[in-house]
Design a protein around this ligand. Structure first.
Ligand code: AMP
Length: 370
């Protein structure tokens, strides 16, 4: 089966690589010349709203998916008139706009932090008055990795945040003093069958994912079940097909949905080396109408992102447990260029080894030309 993928970044690359053992033939669409994914499979070069390029991708595909949630919804809908597109374009639409996304969660009884729309200075003042400080002001569209956000702790912060972000459609959220951040990856097949990976614990640095531990440690099983149940509501409502990621704040016994991504996710990279079926394989199985594979973790894993530049390969591999993934992207500050996954046999062994791994894979300052 020929699978078209909108987006040629590392997620597209890992999807393509997961497709070959299943006998699938991937093609990616990506602006520019040789993308990360374009190094490992055929690429159609064009913008995501270039209908000539979209037509070319449709002709090269039996099914189309995406690895990037800012694909224009109209492009996904246009493609869906010509070739099956999974996940459904409606999932893109909901997740591209933070207000619509939070309202969608609320409509399904999935808890979120308190929030209010902000379209004017008056609405901003009213939202601050009703939600209180601290709070987070965010742009409703095109925010990722902490971009387009401001944390408000004092009334003076409100002025600065308004000066920075005012004039665009915004959302104000109550600041959650969370214990930790978790994510859940769930997958739904074309037949409606749902499977979920265990909850993952994520640590961010400068708004970018630094480390994931899976399964999340010290977790009551009940939270896994609750997160999976919330995800099933979202999947069923959207008649979703593929992998869906929901990011959560854990606040004591509560799980609050922060956002969702209608795609495979950085916090699921450990599944390549430490789950029965990787997120990439399960996404492809789902969109191609194949039976899903087991989502169980094999042991306990930690995944570290390489941001800006990959450390010297021999240094990474000097750790015999290290499974290295390099994305074939040029070095650039704040860019995800690779990751490493390490596995331990038990939660206790992982806890013992984590400090040593943390030290080895500590975020290094970006050095130009490295
Ligand atoms: P986001 O782009 O919405 O995922 O936000 C990026 C990061 O900012 C999150 O991973 C959190 O660490 C932090 N953050 C976002 N929203 C909130 C909130 N309402 N309360 C506390 N921290 C937040």
């Amino acid at each position: 089966m020929r699978v078209g993928i909108l987006g040629g970044g590392q997620l597209g690359r890992m999807l393509a690589l997961a497709g070959y053992p299943l006998g699938l033939r991937p093609t990616v669409l990506e602006p520019g010349e040789e993308s990360s994914a374009g190094q490992v499979c055929p690429q159609v070069s064009g913008e995501f709203d270039d209908y000539r390029a979209l037509y070319e991708l449709a002709r090269a595909s039996d099914v189309v998916t995406f690895e990037f949630e800012n694909v224009p919804v109209e492009s996904a809908r246009w493609l869906a008139e010509r070739v099956p597109v999974f996940p459904p374009p409606r999932a893109l639409e909901v997740s591209q706009e933070r207000l619509a996304e939070k309202q969608f969660f609320v409509s399904l009884g999935v808890p979120t932090p308190p929030f209010a729309p902000v379209d004017s200075r008056e609405e901003f003042d009213a939202a601050v008055a009703s939600i209180g400080l601290p709070a987070v002001l965010k742009t409703r569209r095109f925010g990722y990795d902490g971009k387009g956000q401001a944390v408000l702790r004092t009334p003076a912060d409100c002025e600065a945040a308004w000066a920075k972000l005012g004039g665009r459609p915004l959302i104000l959220e109550g600041f959650v003093a969370f214990d930790r951040e978790l994510s859940l990856l769930a997958v739904r097949g074309r037949d409606g069958r749902i499977a979920a990976y265990p909850l993952i614990e994520n640590v961010h640095r400068d708004g970018i994912l630094h480390r994931s531990v899976a399964p999340a440690g010290n977790l009551r099983e009940e939270l896994n079940e609750r997160a999976a149940e919330y995800a099933s509501r979202v999947l069923a409502e959207l008649d979703y097909v593929g992998v869906l990621t929901i990011e959560w704040f854990q606040d004591g016994p509560r799980l609050l949905a922060n956002e969702m991504a209608p795609r495979v996710h950085n916090s699921g990279h450990w599944t390549i080396d430490a789950a029965v079926t990787s997120q990439f394989e399960n996404h492809l199985r789902a969109v191609c109408g194949l039976p899903l594979g087991r989502c169980d973790a094999v042991g306990h894993a930690a995944m570290y992102n390489f941001i800006g530049a990959v450390p010297p390969v021999p240094e990474v591999l000097a750790n015999p447990d290290a499974k290295l993934h390099v994305y074939g992207k040029g070095a650039r500050a704040a860019r995800k260029v690779g990751h490493v996954t390490l596995r331990a046999g038990s939660a206790d062994e992982l806890a013992d080894r984590l400090p040593e791994w943390d030290a080895q894979f500590e975020r290094r300052p970006f050095v130009k030309g490295e």
